[in-house]
Design a protein around this ligand. Structure first.
Ligand SMILES: [Zn+2]
Length: 158
């Protein structure tokens, strides 16, 4: 269950996605929070450089492998504006991170891109649990998903 106290983390993800868009990148943002609720790290998409693997969820998985013990990783939650792609879901599971809460699903993203006439990603938009069956996943969050949809619309039109 997503509690009211978690909403600021999800709003921060949307804010980071907005920042990414404003610096010419794709609108995705993510926050890593420890088991006791402390924000440990955050990032947004950095694919504008030409490296399409620079997703925030991948960056947070690597950060956690470098800085957290296995127990700390398992207790942590990753909040994210868009559900992890298969690459990031795999990285999340390989480093043993805990729960994921996303604002909008990969299924929503695929349908929004399709409505916009935008190209689909080169990697299938599978649900996280198709890639990483042991991860507790929650989302989407309808009250924020519309904001993410609008960011993708702006991103495609820009
Ligand atoms: Zn990804």
């Amino acid at each position: 269950m997503i509690t009211e106290s978690e909403m600021p983390h999800l709003r921060r993800c949307v804010e980071l996605a907005t920042q990414a868009l404003e610096v010419g990148d794709e609108p995705f943002g993510s926050v890593l929070v420890s088991g006791d609720g402390t924000v440990l790290a955050e990032d947004h998409n950095r694919v504008a450089s030409g490296d399409n693997t620079q997703h925030p969820e991948f960056a947070l998985a690597r950060w956690s492998a470098a800085h957290l013990t296995p127990a700390e990783r398992a207790a942590a939650t990753v909040y994210t504006s868009g559900e992890h792609c298969p690459m990031c879901a795999a990285a999340h599971a390989w480093v043993g991170l805990g729960r994921i809460v996303y604002v909008s699903s990969s299924e929503q993203l695929a349908s929004w891109l399709s409505e916009l006439g935008a190209p689909q990603p080169p990697v299938r938009t599978l649900p996280i649990n198709e890639v990483a069956p042991g991860v507790l996943v929650e989302g989407p969050v309808p009250e924020l998903a519309e904001e993410v949809r609008e960011l993708h619309r702006r991103s495609f039109l820009s």
